[in-house]
Design a protein around this ligand. Structure first.
Ligand code: UD2
Ligand code: MN
Length: 568
């Protein structure tokens, strides 16, 4: 008997070991997808073809590939650039000895020029991205690039990187919008490159109206926006088009890698970031919230983001048009990324960052171009429009954070408000609760109110009792017992706060010393009701004279309707 058991254990152990080896071998096997020849050569792991330019670091049991994307071979070059004379184009604009290389572009032009129009860059994706495959019938895209006085070398490198590192069938066209640059030839000469078109603005429009102009002439069903100083990385396009093909309401962007403005080194950006902002509508990169990070088992998964940086994204063209393109009353630069992000989330879409798509961008410390109305006023005008149209009551925090915005001109927003109504978009509160709950609402200044229900007022009695009573006094004569301060999440009267006694329906509500960390004291308004945040139950004056309780929320019920009326 014992021998049989020992044999069974031995057989099971061997089967387990073999199974594990088979699993690992499967996982490391180069992907052989009949659809994509690219994925055949780019599988990861051991025992596969050595790809020229590919370096590998061996560490423990893992192989971390450092794939360096190759410049195209000489014979491809001709096809890529058509009749375009690259040397002449670049040679016509050269830094003169003694010129400040940062002056015109706010990056080191000398370094950019020295690099030439193409170079190998490191494949900065997570190694598991290389094993992904994409549909063979992805729709093609129109690339829209607007620029004002971009350096020739960075502009050309942007275009060539797109042509070099995208499957040709996915690139319908590259539309350049020359936003009234000093030299029309910067754009015009580039149309000798196959697929490149150039539209020149008759006056300076700014990037927002320029992008709309580009989108309006695009012929592909998908739009891809890029800044004019980017370098796209290996397989940058397929993940984005795939996600949009699967759901046209998604607006997707890559991880934006950093191209150094000093030496043009291509640096990998962190894959744990998403777009965020503060109440002054200043964009910032922030860490993905810890719960979301913990839930991410697959590093190739899309990252939900409250806002996008703005410059690099892919969007279905019909969806872009349906949602109202951009607010074309915004000028030059700034704020359009918030407006677009709020609109996408509130009107039925979503925003994400795809870690398997990487695009490098030269981030600068100052604007190298002028703002006809001034930089500050333009930013205020644009962000004010975004706040006024989309942020509802939350715009007060924008004005508190940016007091200089008050009273500044921002033009008419009638059309955008009509658009919001037509699209039946959700209130900003929904965005705060569902998309960006991490954005803290600043502590409000204490304002005293009465909490009215019908003709009665909520008042305190004795040490911790509560009940409804006739409202007494006016203004300064209101008794202390009927004065409340609603400072989310607390409902406060001097040092005491409204608290539930237990988390179940029917539990009595009483007063106790305030403590912002105490879950029993946390409330938020829900329509005219006051909802206890943790239990989800609502404040209810079940027996008018007795203490209020918490019951299931039924917002239409008179006993749950509390109207805070500010005491003036
Ligand atoms: C970021 C975005 C940028 C835009 C901006 C907010 C990225 C990588 N970049 O600023 O796309 O969303 O935030 O508005 O997310 N341009 C014109 N006409 C003008 C001014 C600029 O065509 O009057 C072009 C410019 O040449 C460039 C693009 O617009 O190609 C964006 O301008 P930027 O590079 O100065 O903006 P950036 O990257 O600081
Ligand atoms: Mn830029």
């Amino acid at each position: 008997m014992r021998r049989i058991r020992a044999n069974a254990i031995a057989i099971l152990t061997v089967a387990w070991i073999l199974g594990t080896f088979y699993y690992l071998w499967q996982d490391n096997k180069p992907q052989s997808s009949p659809s994509s020849s690219a994925s055949q050569t780019r599988g990861r792991g051991h025992g596969q073809k050595v790809i020229p330019g590919r370096l590998e670091i061996h560490r423990d049991d893992r192989t971390i590939p450092l794939i360096v994307t190759q410049p195209p071979r000489a014979e491809q070059q001709g096809q890529l650039l058509g009749s375009f004379d690259e040397k002449a184009y670049l040679a016509a604009k050269q830094l003169k000895p003694g010129d400040d290389p940062y002056k015109d572009h706010a990056f080191n032009l000398q370094e950019s020029d020295r690099l030439g129009s193409e170079r190998a860059i490191r494949d900065t994706r997570h190694y598991r991205c290389a094993a992904l495959t994409y549909d063979t019938d992805l729709p093609s895209t129109s690339i829209v690039i607007t620029f004002h006085n971009e350096a020739r070398s960075t502009l050309l490198r942007t275009i060539k990187s797109v042509l070099m590192r995208s499957p040709p069938s996915l690139i319908q066209e590259i539309i350049l919008i020359d936003d009234f640059s000093s030299d029309p030839e910067d754009c015009q000469l580039l149309t000798q490159i196959p697929k490149v078109r150039c539209l020149r603005n008759g006056r300076r429009e700014g990037l927002i109206r320029s992008r709309v102009r580009g989108a309006n002439t695009a012929s592909a069903s998908i739009l891809t926006f890029l800044d004019s100083h980017c370098e796209v990385n290996t397989d940058w396009l397929q993940p984005m088009i795939q996600r949009v093909k699967e759901d046209h309401t998604r607006v997707v962007s890559p991880i934006i890698d950093v191209i150094s403005l000093d030496n043009f080194a291509y640096l990998a950006a962190s894959a744990d970031l998403r777009g965020g902002f503060d109440w002054s509508l200043h964009f910032k990169w922030e860490q993905i919230p810890i719960e979301q990070k913990m839930a991410r088992s697959d590093p190739t998964q899309a990252i939900r983001t409250p806002v996008i940086a703005g410059g690099i994204f892919v969007m279905d063209r019909s969806w872009f048009n349906h949602l109202g393109q951009y607010d074309t009353h915004m000028d030059i630069w700034g704020g359009e990324n918030f407006e677009l992000s709020f609109r996408v989330w509130l009107c039925g879409g979503s925003l994400e960052i795809l870690p398997c798509s990487r695009v490098g961008h030269v981030f600068r410390k100052r604007h190298p171009y002028d703002f006809p109305e001034g930089n500050a006023l333009t930013y205020i005008k644009n962000t004010r429009r975004a706040a006024e149209v989309w942020m509802d009551e939350y715009k007060q925090y924008y004005y508190s954070a940016r007091p200089s915005a008050q009273g500044k001109a921002f033009g008419s927003i009638t059309d955008r408000l009509a658009l919001r109504r037509k699209l039946n978009c959700k209130p900003f509160r929904w965005y705060m609760e569902n998309v960006y709950p991490e954005l803290r609402v600043p502590e409000q200044e204490a304002v005293s109110s009465v909490l009215k229900q019908g003709g009665l007022c909520l008042e305190t009695r004795g040490t911790d009792g509560l009940g409804l009573a006739e409202c007494r006094g006016l203004g300064a004569n209101r008794p202390q017992s009927q004065r409340w301060e609603l400072i989310e999440p607390l409902i406060r009267q001097q040092d005491l706060c409204l608290a539930i006694s237990a988390f179940t329906a029917g539990s009595k509500v009483k007063m106790e010393p305030c403590n912002t960390k105490e879950p029993r004291q946390k409330w938020k308004p829900k329509g005219t009701a006051l909802q206890h945040m943790v239990s989800g139950l609502c404040l209810d004056s079940q027996t008018p004279m007795g203490p209020p309780v918490i019951l299931q929320c039924r917002p239409q019920m008179a006993s749950q309707s509390w109207e805070p009326q500010v005491i003036t």
